[in-house]
Write a protein that binds this ligand. Structure first.
Ligand code: GLN
Length: 489
């Protein structure tokens, strides 16, 4: 059962030589073999290469190589098996983005964050199924079939990083890396019952992440515990000269010690929306109530206050998101034309090569976004749609800024409901877009936000609690997440 370990536990075990990285990797590969045919969380599994990497890690552990120089400490991720959303480039390992247009694409480089993780000596098990190029909230927009929720195979795993969340939840790996433009890490984490962080915009380099909407895209960890999430985030964070949006400082990614008191805001707009599941609402409210009892916990010297707040612009987040994202999409996806990368359709002339490659290589949702975006950006409509959406985006940012004058973090449900049935919303585009109602606002505003498990409903489905923090205050987000994980049972 080595595959069930957290990063922290696996690291300790490897260090004490209780087991080897090869044994740990084999345990994960065995689990993938048993479960992936039902869950469909992986598009590619690199069995041979993973075992080679694990072997190398074992050698390094033996010879005390790949240790943190001065202190001689074993690197945290050395020998630990992980998996990566297929919309993130991995060197010499097929990366399809879950779209057939890249079915045969093998990148010659690693995304910066993957490079950092692999430099630690982590073992890459495989690439996870997702909604094509991150477009979706249920994983039904993958051209490799939907991912099923490991807690209930009739339900979706969430999207778009559904395969990664399912793989972590089902112990097919120790941790995973996902991408979040408008909820794609947090919502599947909540549906599958694991931890998922969307970092602040600019915190982690997006170099090598297949771009969707450049002014919103982020990449972050999906893990079994909050501690693991902070460990991986600290490794991923930092400036990258290949992504001009990244911030120089790594401070306040993880350091939690100095926090003496905490004011938690509860925005009412996240509890009263159409389609809100009463049981989910009650569970989140109960968690918040329990935080008040926190004084009975060992670190009682710290004060926690819960205050009601209002974010009146919340209702505009979905309309703003679904104008800005398709617009930036329509420009970013232009690079996929059947010429430069991936699969090229047979055709008589250049125009037909473009048209056919895209017609065959993109799923319906991707085509829809390109068309909406092209329309919203076109002359005469740009002012009415894209520019207007950007203006309202500023109002949403100001809304959050105002709330953070008064509170340190915000707590909300991650999703108004638990995992829905496969096929239930697939043909109702608006209902699918509305599923992002609680995850889109922080994305539009570039804020860090995490989803942590908040228990299960009577029918056994996981519920996620979201913590949103001010920009670049991942430490506050992790701190609060840990309180929820430890004390708010
Ligand atoms: N559901 C959102 C969308 O379809 C999430 C996208 C994302 O975060 N990659 O746009």
């Amino acid at each position: 059962m080595l595959n069930r370990l957290t990063i922290k536990q696996a690291h300790e075990g490897l260090k004490k030589k209780e087991f080897s990285s090869v044994e740990l990797t084999r345990a994960c590969l065995k689990r993938i073999k048993e479960r992936n045919k039902d869950i469909n969380a992986f598009i590619s599994v690199f069995e041979k290469e993973a075992l080679e990497e694990a072997n190398k890690a074992d050698e390094m552990i033996k010879k005390k190589k790949s240790f943190d120089g001065a202190q001689g400490k074993q690197k945290m991720l050395l020998g630990i098996p992980f998996c990566v959303k297929d919309a993130i480039n991995t060197m010499d390992r097929r990366s399809t983005g879950a779209a057939k247009i890249l079915d045969n694409y093998i990148p010659p480089f690693d995304a910066t964050v993957i490079k950092k993780i692999r430099e630690q000596g982590a073992v890459l098990l495989g690439k996870n199924n997702c909604d094509a190029f991150g477009h979706g909230a249920s994983n039904e927009n993958s051209m490799y079939g939907p991912v099923k929720n490991p807690r209930d195979l009739t339900k979706v795993a969430g999207g778009s990083s559904g395969g990664t969340a399912a793989a972590v939840a089902d112990d097919m790996c120790v941790f995973g890396i996902g991408e979040d433009t408008g909820g794609s890490i947090r919502q599947p984490a909540s549906f599958c019952g694991v931890v998922g962080l969307r970092p602040s915009y600019g915190r982690n380099s997006r170099y090598g992440i297949m771009p969707m909407a450049s002014s919103l895209d982020t990449v972050g960890p999906i893990t079994k515990t909050v501690e693991d999430c902070a460990i991986v985030e600290e490794i991923m964070a930092g400036h990258d000269k290949l992504d001009a949006t990244t911030v120089p400082s790594q401070k306040s990614v993880k350091s939690l010690k100095s926090i003496k008191s905490l004011r938690v805001g509860v925005p009412r707009e996240y509890f009263y929306v159409d389609g809100m599941d009463g049981e989910v609402k009650k569970m989140i409210e109960r968690k918040i109530e329990r935080l008040k009892d926190y004084k009975t916990c060992p670190e009682r010297s710290r004060r926690i206050e819960i205050v009601g707040v209002s974010l009146p612009m919340t209702k505009y987040a979905i309309p703003v998101y679904y104008i800005i994202v398709p617009s930036e999409d329509s420009s970013n996806l232009g690079r996929l034309d059947g010429i430069r990368y991936g699969v090229r359709a047979e055709a008589k002339n250049l125009y037909d090569v473009y048209a056919k490659s895209r017609a065959q290589g993109f799923p319906e949702e991707v085509k829809r976004r390109i068309m909406i975006g092209t329309y919203a950006l076109s002359a005469g409509y740009y002012d009415a749609y894209y520019r207007k959406a950007q203006k309202v985006r500023t109002l949403i940012i100001q809304d959050f800024n105002k709330a953070f004058e008064n509170v340190d973090v915000l707590i909300t449900p991650t999703s108004p409901f638990t995992a829905f049935g496969i096929g239930e919303k697939k043909n109702d585009v608006l209902a699918m877009y509305l599923a992002d109602i609680f995850v889109a606002p922080a994305a539009v505003a570039g804020l860090p936000a995490i989803s942590v498990p908040a228990g299960k409903t009577k029918s056994g489905l996981p519920v996620g609690l979201q913590i949103i923090g001010p920009r670049l205050k991942e430490n506050l987000v992790f701190h609060t997440a840990k309180l929820i994980e430890n004390y708010a049972r």
